[in-house]
Design a protein around this ligand. Structure first.
Ligand code: SF4
Length: 634
C-alpha cells in the first residue's frame, strides 16, 4: 500500500533489469488490485454482509450511515472508480450536484467551510476552492471524500489498521521484535486478508512463477507482504519467496529473527539487481550459496528442533552500474486503472495523488550526503552515481513510447543541478515534450537562468528541504543552505512558473521555542512572497543510520539505549536538554501551514498560532522580502 495514483517504481525497475538479463519476469500490483476489489459493488456487498454477520458489535455512527445509505453507495461505487480512473469524465457534472453521491463524515468539513463562506460572502461551498469552473477538479475532490468515507467504514467495521497508503504500519515500523507481526499473521484472516489471499492465488495461477520477489518500500506495506508470502507458502511451498525494498534496506539490516523465514526464503539488502542475479544463479546451481550477495538466509542448525538461525551472506561483488540497470518497464501493470484522487486543494500538493507519473531517477544516491538527520550511511543515499544525459533521455523516450504518458516524477533523493541542466538541454535538443517534477536541494547553482531552462524543458514543480528554517540549525544539520539562499532559489523557481514544495522539520536537537516561532514566520513570509506554494512539517526522528544517531554528542543530545533488536531497527529516542514540548508546537505550526497552503491567514500575527506567552520573533520579520529584493536588484 503506497499510493493509488501510480505504481511504485521498484517492480518496474527490477522487471526491466531482469528482462534485460534474459530472465522471464512479470510484475503485479496487488495493492491496487486489493483496493479496486474492496471498492467495487461486490466488494461493498461483502463489507455489508460482514457487518451484518457480526451481530455482537454495535455499529458506530459511521458504519450505521453506510448501512442506511447502502443502496446509494452500491449504485455509485463502480461509477466513481471509473471516474477517478479517468474513464468517465462526464460523470463530474452529476457528482458536483451533491445529490449523486451519498455523503458521510468526511464531507462535514465542506459544510463547516460553506457556512463560514456563506456568512461572509454568500456563495456555494466549494466556490472558494474551484471558482465557477474546475468541474473536473471539484468532482475529483468530492469523489475522494467519498472514498475516504468508505475507508473509514472499512476501518471501523473490518480492520482498524486499514489505510489506503499505510496499512498496519505500526506492526513493522521500528518493531524490535517480530512478535506483534507474528501475532497478527497468526490471527484468523479478516475480509481484507481473504481478498488479498484470493488475489495472490489468482496471480500465482496466472504466471506460475518459480520465484516471487516482494518489494516493501515502507513499513505500511509489510503486513500485506507477509500475508502474500504466507498464502504462497501454504499453497505452493515449492515457490521461492524473496523479500527486499526500502523497508528492508533501512530497518532489517540487523535481522536475527528466524521466524521471518517461515514466510520468505531469502531477504536481500540494498539495490536488488546484483543480489538477485547472484540468487538466481545459485538457485540454478550455477554458484555456491557462499557466493550470495547481501542476502539473509536461515540455516538449519541441524540437530536442534528450533527454528534455525539467521545468516547474512555477502560475497563482495560490485553493484550493477546505474548506467547499466536498463530501462524500467510498466508492462503488465494496469496503468489505466490507477486512481487520481484530490484530497488537498493545493496545486502542488495534489501532484502526489493526482495523475499517473512515470517514476525515474536522474542519479543513484545523493551527491551531497551530508545532512545530519538523513540516513547517509545507507547505500541508497550514500552511494552516488550519475548517468549521461543522453542515457537518461533515452530512458525517458523509451518509457513514453511504452506507456504513452509524458508525465515524469524523478524520485531522486536530491537531483544534482548539473544533471538536471544536462537533461533539460538534451530534452530540448531532441524536442522531447514531457512534464516533470522532482526533489532537489535549494542550492545556489539554481540560478534564475537555470530555473528558466528547467521550466522550458517541462519542469512543473520541485520539492526540497528547508527543514528547520533557522540558520543556526541549518548549519548544525549540515544542510549546506541558508534561509536567505532558500528564499532566493525558491523565488527563482516560482518566477519561472515552477511550483515549489518545502520539506520542513521541527523538533531537531537543541531547537528552542523561539527557533520554531522564527521558522514558522520565515515559512509564512515564503508563502506571502510566493516563493513556495506548499510545504509539510515533519517531526524530526533520530534514526540509527543518520549522523545524529551515530554521533549524538555532536548535536547536544543523548540516545536512549535500545533493547536487543531481532527484527526492525530504525528510530531511536533521544534526550534533548532543551526540553521543549514539540508536540504542542507541532499542532500550532501544522495548523498554520495548512492555512498558508490554502492562501488563508497569511496576514495573521504569527503569535496567534501559538500560546500568547510565546514571544513574537523579531529577527524573522520581513527577512524574506529583503532577501528577494536583493536578488532582484542583483
Ligand atoms: S537530506 Fe537530501 S540532500 Fe541531505 S543528504 Fe539526505 S538526500 Fe542528500
Amino acid at each position: 500500500m503506497t499510493q493509488l495514483n501510480t505504481p511504485y517504481p521498484s517492480t518496474a525497475y527490477l522487471t526491466g533489469f531482469l528482462r534485460s538479463r534474459g530472465v522471464h519476469a512479470v510484475q503485479e500490483d496487488l495493492a491496487l488490485a486489493l483496493v479496486l476489489r474492496l471498492l467495487s459493488s461486490t466488494g461493498l456487498e461483502s463489507v455489508r454482509d460482514q457487518i451484518e454477520a457480526d451481530s455482537e458489535r454495535t455499529p458506530s455512527p459511521i458504519v450505521r450511515n453506510f448501512l442506511e445509505q447502502f443502496d446509494h453507495y452500491l449504485a455509485t461505487v463502480d461509477r466513481v472508480i471509473a471516474f477517478l480512473q479517468g474513464r468517465d469524465s462526464t460523470l463530474a457534472h452529476r457528482i458536483n450536484s451533491r445529490v449523486f453521491l451519498p455523503e458521510g463524515s468526511r464531507f462535514d468539513a465542506l459544510e463547516a467551510h460553506a457556512d463560514s463562506e456563506e456568512e461572509e460572502e454568500g456563495g456555494d461551498s466549494l466556490g472558494w476552492a474551484f471558482g465557477a469552473l474546475g468541474v473536473q477538479d471539484r468532482a475529483k475532490h468530492l469523489a475522494t471524500l467519498y472514498l475516504s468515507d468508505l475507508a473509514n467504514v472499512l476501518r471501523e467495521a473490518i480492520d482498524p489498521r486499514f489505510e489506503f497508503v499505510r496499512y498496519a504500519e505500526s506492526l513493522a515500523a521500528s518493531q524490535q521484535t517480530f512478535d506483534p507481526l507474528a501475532d497478527a499473521l497468526a490471527a484468523p484472516p479478516n475480509l481484507v486478508d481473504r481478498n488479498l489471499r484470493e488475489l495472490t492465488l489468482a496471480a500465482v495461477d496466472r504466471h506460475q512463477p518459480n520465484v516471487v520477489l516482494v518489494s516493501v518500500p515502507f513499513p505500511g506495506c509489510v503486513y500485506a507482504a507477509f500475508r502474500i508470502a504466507q498464502t504462497i507458502k501454504a499453497t505452493h511451498p515449492d515457490i521461492i519467496t524473496v523479500l527486499g525494498g526500502g523497508f528492508v534496506n533501512t530497518e532489517l539490516r540487523e535481522l536475527t529473527e528466524p521466524r521471518v523465514f517461515d514466510f520468505f526464503d531469502y531477504i536481500t539488502l540494498d539495490d536488488g539487481e546484483r543480489p538477485l542475479l547472484a540468487l538466481l544463479e545459485y538457485l540454478r546451481g550455477e554458484r555456491p550459496q557462499a557466493q550470495l550477495v547481501r542476502t539473509f538466509v536461515r540455516t538449519d542448525d541441524s540437530g536442534t528442533d528450533g527454528p534455525g538461525s539467521v545468516q547474512y551472506i555477502h560475497h563482495p561483488e560490485p553493484d550493477v552500474p546505474f548506467a547499466e540497470v536498463g530501462t524500467p518497464t510498466w508492462d503488465g501493470l494496469p496503468i489505466d486503472q490507477y486512481l487520481s484522487t484530490l484530497d488537498m486543494l493545493n496545486p502542488m500538493h495534489r501532484l502526489w495523488s493526482d495523475g499517473r507519473w512515470n517514476k525515474l531517477t536522474v542519479a543513484h544516491g545523493c551527491y551531497w550526503k551530508k545532512c545530519s538527520f538523513c540516513d547517509t550511511t545507507l547505500d541508497y543515499i550514500g552511494r552516488y552515481e550519475g548517468v549521461a544525459a543522453s542515457t537518461l533521455v533515452d530512458r525517458i523516450e523509451a518509457v513514453v513510447q511504452e506507456t504513452g504518458q509524458t508525465g515524469f516524477h524523478f524520485v531522486d533523493e536530491a537531483a544534482p543541478p548539473k544533471a538536471l541542466e544536462g537533461m533539460a538541454e538534451e530534452l530540448l535538443r531532441r524536442n522531447v515534450q514531457i512534464s516533470w517534477w522532482g526533489n532537489i536541494r535549494f542550492e545556489k547553482s539554481f540560478t534564475p537562468e537555470l530555473c528558466e531552462l528547467l521550466a522550458e524543458s517541462g519542469c512543473i514543480a520541485i520539492s526540497g528541504g528547508l527543514e528547520v528554517a533557522s540558520d543556526r540549525l541549518l548549519k548544525l544539520m549540515k544542510k549546506g543552505v541558508s534561509v536567505e539562499q532558500v528564499a532566493r532559489v525558491t523565488k527563482a523557481f516560482s518566477d519561472a512558473g515552477i511550483l515549489v514544495h518545502a520539506y520542513l522539520m521541527y523538533g531537531f536537537p537543541t531547537q528552542t521555542v523561539q527557533d520554531t516561532v522564527d521558522a514558522l514566520e520565515y515559512t509564512r513570509q515564503l508563502f506571502e512572497e510566493d516563493c513556495i506554494q506548499s510545504g509539510f512539517f515533519h517531526r524530526f526522528t533520530c534514526t540509527v543510520h543518520s549522523p545524529v544517531g551515530l554521533h549524538p554528542e555532536e548535536y547536544g543530545v543523548e540516545l536512549v539505549p535500545l533493547p536487543t533488536v531481532s527484527f526492525a531497527k530504525n528510530d531511536v529516542d533521544f534526550i534533548d536538554p532543551t526540553n521543549v514540548d514539540h508536540d504542542s508546537l507541532g499542532v500550532a505550526i501544522n495548523k498554520a501551514l495548512y492555512n498558508f497552503m490554502h492562501g488563508v491567514c497569511l496576514d495573521a500575527d504569527i503569535r496567534s498560532w501559538f500560546n500568547e506567552k510565546v514571544p513574537r520573533s523579531r529577527v524573522a520579520r520581513d527577512f524574506i522580502a529583503q532577501a528577494i529584493s536583493e536578488q532582484q536588484s542583483s
